[in-house]
Design a protein around this ligand. Sequence first.
Ligand SMILES: Nc1ncnc2c1ncn2[C@@H]1O[C@H](COP(=O)(O)OP(=O)(O)OP(=O)(O)O)[C@@H](O)[C@H]1O
Ligand SMILES: [Mg+2]
Length: 328
Amino acid sequence: MLKIEHLSLAVPSADGDKPAVSDVSLSLAPGHVLGLVGESGCGKTLTAQAVLRLGESQGIVRTSGKVLLDDADVFAMAEPELRKVRGGRISMIFQEPMTALNPVFSIGAQLTEVIRLHLDLDKNAAAARAVKLLADVGLRDGAELLRQYPDSLSGGMRQRVLIAMAMAADPDYIIADEPTTALDVSVQKRIIDLLRRLQEKRGMGMLLVTHDFGLVAELCDEVAVMYAGHVVERGPVADIFDYPAHPYTRALMHCRPDASGKDKKLPAIPGQVPQPGKWPAGCRFAARCPLADAACKAAVAEDAWSKGRHLARCVHVEKVSEALEAFV
Ligand SMILES: Nc1ncnc2c1ncn2[C@@H]1O[C@H](COP(=O)(O)OP(=O)(O)OP(=O)(O)O)[C@@H](O)[C@H]1O
Ligand SMILES: [Mg+2]
């Protein structure tokens, strides 16, 4: 199991560290797909990167909580152990396939480096594995591709190379942070299909960060909705689609693009996500919520069970469904 327990993170700023993720708890079982959704700036990437402690180099500080990989605390690991976990047991696929590859090294140099970092293979065996990995991600003529440089590849091909790299050491978990947003719409679906196929075939657990509830419905077993550093709702996808219990979740679902892809202009939720350091007391969504009252503004809601099925951080969890029929 991969678990995040009560994790809080702070980001650096000119006037000191500011809380940016607070009290986030999530768990991901092998073979399952967990979606992490929320508007821009809610803390999804910070949370996802914290699993591998990738924020540390940018001055992001863990202020409380843990990340547990089969009961071992990732934050307690020494460098050599952490290096084995990164790309070994847990791999990450980033949003931006253009910058994630180094332009001055060939695809082969970069891919075999990752392979040899994690597996005890000689040069020839690593090259053979590289060609096999490229075939697994739908790239033929792997031997030729190994000699090429990133700038001769399209965005979709680069993302496939990065996925091949992420698969190099047969990880147990994969973290995909908006893996298709930088790609053409026509390529997005194929990359998602590829990820899903690999995830199923290899029985990996996947944490998928996305803006898109359509993708959540299609791919995920569970979903967590983030707002201003908090997870405001989480549980099985089917439950949350049947009975979204947080007004923010309802609003987000309402904003999703229609399935035909024709309606490009999304209805936005009025107002903005409060930034780190500017969180109000009480519920952070209150300023944008049609149900907000004095109780919401007074204190942060604890997680409550919505009709006994999944967790939502809203004091009105019991009445959201009826009250919001008019809202969405
Ligand atoms: N290295 C950093 N230094 C300072 N602030 C940061 C840093 N990284 C993130 N933040 C701030 O923390 C907040 C959460 O950022 P994060 O990148 O996790 O958002 P996100 O939910 O992934 O958004 P998006 O959907 O746009 O990717 C934002 O307000 C962001 O500006
Ligand atoms: Mg992000």
